[in-house]
Design a protein around this ligand. Structure first.
Ligand SMILES: [Zn+2]
Ligand SMILES: [Zn+2]
Length: 196
């Protein structure tokens, strides 16, 4: 099964300085986000990508655009969050097994340390032949923009627990007479009992 996040870079010459730009529309096959708000399956993620051949691999610079959908945790209104984030990641060429060992054992200081600051993450990204898997950077970009507890607005007052109406649309003095509710229930029971 084709992975929707895999991108074939065969058009890009492997010479440092070569560059190509692409506009990718990725249709999600499953939700991407956090439990309470996510870009739903079937929706598009737009990726404006620039690929650049560099000595160690291919540098991906991209604008990620998508709309995450969820519900306000207080009032349950739909919440949409526009995700528009720039990313930059270096995909290293797959090294031979020998160089991989070398890299693990000795931490060489890099020449262009300043350029690499943003590229250094716990999980290094690797090319798989010509294939660049965009899933990790896209997922990171989306998840970073999403709140764990989505709200329709910071001031959302939520719902009245008794009637389920929004506090915002209820009058300021809105109360439920707890005693009324109890009487209504009791009187129903009482009548039935007394009939028998
Ligand atoms: Zn709300
Ligand atoms: Zn109420």
């Amino acid at each position: 099964m084709a992975n929707i996040f895999e991108f074939n870079t065969h058009e890009l010459p492997r010479r440092a300085g070569e560059m190509k730009e692409y506009q990718l529309d990725i249709t999600l096959d499953e939700d991407m986000g956090v439990p309470l708000i996510s870009v739903p399956a079937g929706d598009l993620i737009e990726v404006d990508a620039r690929l650049e051949s560099v000595t160690e691999g291919i540098l991906l610079s991209a604008d990620i655009y998508a709309i995450a959908k969820g519900e306000c945790i207080r009032c349950l209104d739909p919440v949409e969050i526009v995700i528009d984030r720039k990313i930059q990641d270096l995909y290293r060429y797959e090294p031979s097994s020998d160089t991989r060992k070398e890299k693990k054992s000795q931490k060489k200081p890099r020449k262009n340390e300043e350029e690499d600051v943003d590229l250094e993450s716990d999980d290094e990204l690797w090319m798989d032949g010509n294939i660049m898997n965009l899933e990790t950077p896209i997922r990171d970009a989306i998840v970073l923009d999403l709140p764990v507890n989505p709200l329709c607005s910071k001031e959302c007052q939520g719902l009245c627990p008794d009637c389920g109406e929004k506090w915002a649309s209820l009058g300021e003095g809105h109360v439920h007479e707890a005693i009324d509710a109890r009487w209504a229930g009791l009187s129903g029971l009482d009548f039935k009992n007394s009939d028998e």
